[in-house]
Design a protein around this ligand. Structure first.
Ligand code: SF4
Length: 506
């Protein structure tokens, strides 16, 4: 098993940087479905470019590489302790080289371990099987889509769809609601894995395992196959679209498994995965540890996804350079495409919590500035400077309790994130003259290329790489105004329209 660690490192690198063949095919269809020049079309073009860039740079498709989760089938006699140790070593090495973002955070202190090792991290499930090879499967599922997982206990009253009983129609209502509640926050278009039955824990595990089915497979259970097709076509009438911007493609795949349950319980567990659906598998020689074959790779063929160079621009894009004035910001309207240049600062969960009770470090001012909800992957150069290797937006709604106050306190004029924010922030934007700009979720390579320089960093020691306040100099950083300073919100509109579309399927 001398080669086992090297095989796991290849699996991590490939999973992080190079989407599986069946996922690429599904995304290609979605690119073709969205109108050129639309918000959805712009999103899909950026996604396509980003997928190609990740392969070229051997860098994460999305900066959030999630909680590395391995499912291993091993034959009789395989040394599981050895495999566990080697997987941990490979995870540390992949983190050091930026294939994985350091994501393991102590749940109480918030301290990042810095190497993706921690209590129960990485997640490794071992199961025996009667074949000779060792099968190792890995899924990298980021927090934005993990947060949109949902579990229902039937019978239940499903908002907008009425009573869901303990039957297949009840499951159908749960799944329609599961897709609707995700809106664009889990970086749609997405995929769902569903576990019907089991208990609360095994139901979620079954749901996640469904994400290891091929997008184009057929469920051997005819009833479940019918339901999978029904959910896929129904969800795509909701009009949520890529990133929740509106559009034809909301869901790219639905896979349902079932497990026996106890008479008292009926759980429907849903694992939502974003378009950056990173899962691969390898079959490993149990003697040498070398890779015998890959799973979810058709003919080892890597097709280019993007057509042409760059994202399609119209020339009507508005260039925004901080410090921004009240007048400029109030002239922006929902739907405007902007290109940000100059200074940009990151801040996410730990930063928002901290800044409510403390001031910025001395000498740091973001008055009139642009705050980016982003937890980048950043590597240190030998001369002590930093380089950003992945930097897409994170889900903004988590900052809803703080955002309006932080805008006022720091004098911010623009917030960039993904998935939109709620009424408190919308009121804050109006009161203080600021806008919310939606970047394309998961486009970590595309946005990393827009960052020309890291000009500084604060709170690195206390908060760790993803949560630190990074200061960037950016160029031609595209985003769409989805909440303006005049009280308009595209997210509120899409949520209401898609609720009507969902209700009509009740
Ligand atoms: S694409 Fe979006 S939801 Fe998926 S991991 Fe990246 S940020 Fe999270």
């Amino acid at each position: 098993m001398n080669h086992f660690r090297e095989s796991i490192l290849s699996l991590i690198t490939e999973t992080s940087a190079n989407l599986p063949s069946d996922v690429r095919t599904a995304i290609q269809k979605a690119i073709g479905a969205e109108a050129e020049g639309s918000r959805a079309g712009l999103s899909m073009s950026t996604i396509a470019l980003n997928i190609d860039m990740a392969v070229d740079r051997v860098a994460p498709v999305c900066q959030d590489t999630g909680m590395p989760t391995f499912f291993i089938h091993s034959p009789r006699g395989a040394d599981q302790l050895f495999m566990q140790q080697e997987i941990m070593e490979a995870v540390v090495e992949a983190t050091r080289t930026g294939k994985l973002r350091p994501n393991a955070v102590d749940s109480i202190s918030g301290k990042n371990s810095g190497n993706n090792l921690g209590c129960h991290v990485p997640v490794i499930h071992f199961e025996p099987w009667d074949k000779d090879d060792i099968e190792v499967r890995l899924i990298l599922k980021g927090g934005g889509c993990e947060n949109k997982n949902i579990q229902y206990s039937l019978p239940a009253e499903i908002p907008g769809l009425g009573r869901a009983a303990r039957d297949i129609d009840g499951v159908r209502k749960c799944l329609l609601h599961a897709v609707w509640q995700a809106q664009g926050q889990g970086c749609s278009p997405g995929f769902i894995g569903v576990g019907v039955g089991g208990d609360r824990t095994s139901g979620y595990e079954l749901a996640k395992k469904q994400l290891f089915r091929r997008v184009d497979d057929t469920n051997p259970d005819a009833d479940l196959q019918g339901l999978e097709e029904d959910i896929l076509s129904s969800a795509n009438t909701f009009g949520i679209g890529p990133m929740g911007f509106g559009g034809k493609t909301t869901l790219l795949g639905c896979k349902i498994g079932k497990a026996h349950r106890v008479p008292a319980s009926f759980f429907v567990s849903v694992a939502y995965n974003c378009w950056a659906y990173r899962r691969l598998g390898i079959l490993v020689d149990p003697e040498t540890g070398a890779i015998n074959s890959w799973q979810f790779r058709d003919n080892d063929e890597i097709k280019q996804m993007a057509e042409g160079e760059g994202i399609p621009l119209t020339g009507r894009e508005v260039v925004l350079e901080a410090p921004l004035s009240d007048e400029v910001v109030r002239s922006l309207k929902v739907g405007d495409v902007v290109m940000v240049k100059g200074a940009m600062h990151t801040g996410r969960d730990a930063f928002h919590h901290y800044i409510m009770h403390h001031d910025l470090p001395e000498g740091v001012s973001v008055e009139g500035g642009v705050l980016y909800h982003c937890g980048p992957v950043v590597l240190k150069n030998s001369d002590g400077s930093y380089r950003v290797t992945a930097a897409g937006p994170t889900t903004s709604i988590r900052e809803e309790p703080y955002q309006a106050d932080v805008i006022e306190k720091l004098g911010l004029r623009a917030i960039i994130g993904k998935g939109g924010m709620g009424p408190k922030t919308l009121a804050g934007l109006q009161e203080h003259g600021a806008v919310y700009l939606n970047a394309i979720g998961g486009a970590a390579q595309y946005y990393a290329a827009c960052i020309k320089k890291v000009t500084g960093v604060d709170f690195l020691e206390e908060m760790g790489v993803p949560e630190a306040m990074w200061h960037f100099d950016v160029e031609a950083f595209p985003a769409i105004v989805t909440m303006d300073a005049n009280g308009n919100s595209l997210h509120r509109e899409i949520e209401a329209d898609s609720a009507h579309a969902m209700e009509s399927r009740g």
